[in-house]
Design a protein around this ligand. Structure first.
Ligand code: FES
Length: 72
């Protein structure tokens, strides 16, 4: 069982819960608050990428990906 859970939010970000580091292509770490979940943008409209800034609510992003029944 993983210590990290990534929740695919309906019409929203990937919500990452657990101990993780977010790094750029050069391996430099983005500052995060380890006591809070991390929301990663998947609509591509955030001005704070790779993090969600709530822009998905106003850009018309729609995605409601669901795991197959009986998975995990
Ligand atoms: S998913 Fe929230 S700003 Fe992109």
């Amino acid at each position: 069982m993983s210590d990290v859970v990534i929740t695919v939010r309906p019409n929203g970000p990937y919500l990452v819960q657990g101990k993780v580091r977010v790094v750029d292509a050069d391996g430099r770490e983005f500052p995060t608050d380890p006591s809070r979940p991390i929301a990663l943008c998947r609509c591509a409209h955030s001005k704070q990428r790779p993090f969600c800034d709530g822009s998905h609510k106003t850009c018309g992003f729609q995605a409601d990906d669901r795991a197959p029944a009986g998975g995990g």
